[in-house]
Design a protein around this ligand. Structure first.
Ligand code: ZN
Length: 491
């Protein structure tokens, strides 16, 4: 079997990956909080851990991949105050919280399918694991690492830090954390600003609530991942992944909760993907650059010059190493688009290359280079560079400047199918699971709206109304503007 090394955030080193159970791997990745459409920020962890999942399968492991859906307990504010993100959205949209959850879970899954991200083996929801979370909170109380106040239970960081190091994952020192935490105003139920909620008492207006030994309430956000990862993968499992933005406090809390519940660390390898910037800027609500995946696929966002195929987005992400920051811009995406085409053209040529009695290219060496890159902490950009080298050779054989034997051609075909399709998950644009024709689709809607404008100009109200009504019935939201009409897909 190939020898894979992974950078472990906990030890800050690349380590040889050795699973606990020989050829079975347990992997947990923090999934989305489902209260809005998936945007670019969701795509990077999904694609990063899809690459890891696919590569582990490719080199012969059986993998149980658990990626959760956060549908309760993720408050707007990390300081354990404010509303639940799902409940808040439900209020705004005048829907049941579980309707919000369903809408955005469906839309997340649709987008992941478009990006050719494989579904995980288990996709548990926080609201479906309330009992397990209550049990975990009880364990932490019994261990003396939690306390109850007014129907809420908090993790006692100070008590924990007396026995175990706190901050080891993010590399933060507890003294610094204390100085950086705001002084409590006395109103707060927490003993210290570092403590975090395991269970929150539900105020009367709070709609998502469950009975517990501490009264009606709901779980804190960090609790679900400890409960669900260990439920499905065991008290100690191989890999825990997520975005760097989750490192603190979320994953740091998970490390401490694991030790508090089981008396030992629950995760062997912590793996984190780096963040995305857009035109050099951090993504932020106030900056208006939270570009949704649907907007990329249709080109409907002021920052986008055109629509981008899901495969372009995927290829672009894989052209960067997952631990490096990645900046999105129209120029960079268009370069990725060209590169992707070059790779797909080579794949196409590979199907019908003419063979000869001798090979003037070294397939074995190319193969070794490709696997060495993947084994080196999933170095996908280096892998892609080698695949491009191979593409040059394929072109040379096609042009008659190089030769290949039938046996070498078979090996080369196997190498490209295995790495490009199975591991990198890249396929010709039209083949993506759902509409890969986002740009064409957008143009068609624009065309209908132009026809409607023309009907209006001729005072042909019945035609213009019919176009609007029929588009609305198909699930489009049409808004009339000064320039004509604007459209978007209803969720
Ligand atoms: Zn999590």
């Amino acid at each position: 079997m190939e020898k894979l090394t992974l950078h472990n955030t906990l030890t800050r080193k690349k380590e040889l990956f050795v699973p606990i159970h020989k050829d079975h791997v347990g992997m947990y990745v923090c999934g989305p909080t489902v209260y809005g459409n998936a945007h670019l920020g969701h795509a990077r962890p999904a694609i990063t851990f899809d690459l890891l999942f696919r590569y582990l399968l490719h080199i012969g492991y059986k993998v149980r991949y658990v990626r959760n859906i956060t549908d309760v307990g993720h408050l707007v504010n990390d300081a354990d105050e404010g509303e639940d993100k799902v409940a808040k959205k439900a209020k705004v949209e005048e829907l049941e919280p579980m309707e919000i959850v369903q809408i955005y879970t469906n839309s997340y899954r649709k987008n992941m399918g478009q990006l050719n991200v494989l579904p995980p083996s288990i996709e548990p929801t926080a609201s479906g694991h309330i009992i397990e979370q209550i049990e975990a909170v009880k364990k932490m109380l019994e261990a003396g690492f939690a306390y109850e106040t007014n129907g809420s239970v908090y993790f006692d960081v100070e008590a924990y830090a007396k026995k175990h190091p706190y901050g080891i994952l993010s590399g933060r020192k507890i003294e610094d954390l204390y100085t950086n935490t705001r002084d409590l105003d006395g109103q707060n139920e927490k003993r210290s600003g570092l403590d975090f909620a395991l269970w929150k008492n539900a105020l009367p207006e709070h709609i998502m609530r469950w009975p517990s030994p501490w009264g009606n309430g709901f779980p804190g956000w960090h609790t679900e991942c400890t409960s669900m990862s260990t439920k499905y993968l065991g008290e100690t499992f191989d890999i825990h992944g997520g975005g760097l933005d989750l490192l603190f406090p979320h994953h740091e809390a998970e490390v401490a909760q694991g030790v508090a519940c089981f008396g030992h660390a629950t995760v062997n390898y912590w793996v984190h993907n780096n963040m995305i910037t857009i035109n050099g800027q951090k993504m932020g609500k106030s900056l208006g650059n939270f570009i949704q995946l649907d907007e990329f696929f249709t080109g409907k966002h002021p920052l986008l010059e055109k629509a981008y195929d899901p495969m372009t987005i995927r290829f672009f992400m894989l052209q960067a190493h997952y631990r490096s920051p990645l900046d999105f811009s129209n120029e960079a995406l268009q370069a990725a688009e060209k590169g992707f085409e070059r790779l797909m053209n080579a794949m196409e040529l590979l199907k019908n290359l003419k063979t000869a009695d001798t090979s003037t290219l070294d397939v074995e060496k190319l193969k070794r280079n490709c696997y060495d890159a993947l084994n080196d902490d999933l170095n996908s950009p280096i892998l892609v560079a080698h695949l491009f080298d191979g593409a040059k050779m394929i072109n040379s054989v096609n042009d008659g400047n190089m030769t290949i034997t039938a046996a070498d051609l078979a090996k080369l075909q196997q190498l490209y199918t295995g790495l490009v399709q199975d591991v990198l998950g890249l396929q010709p644009s039209g083949d993506s699971q759902e509409n890969g024709n986002g740009e064409l689709f957008g143009k068609m809607v624009e065309l209908l709206l132009t026809l409607r404008q023309e009907a209006k100009a001729k005072k042909d109200w019945s035609t213009s109304d019919q176009i609007r009504d029929r588009l609305t019935a198909l699930g489009f939201e049409i808004k009339d503007t000064k320039e004509g009409a604007d459209w978007k897909l209803k969720n």
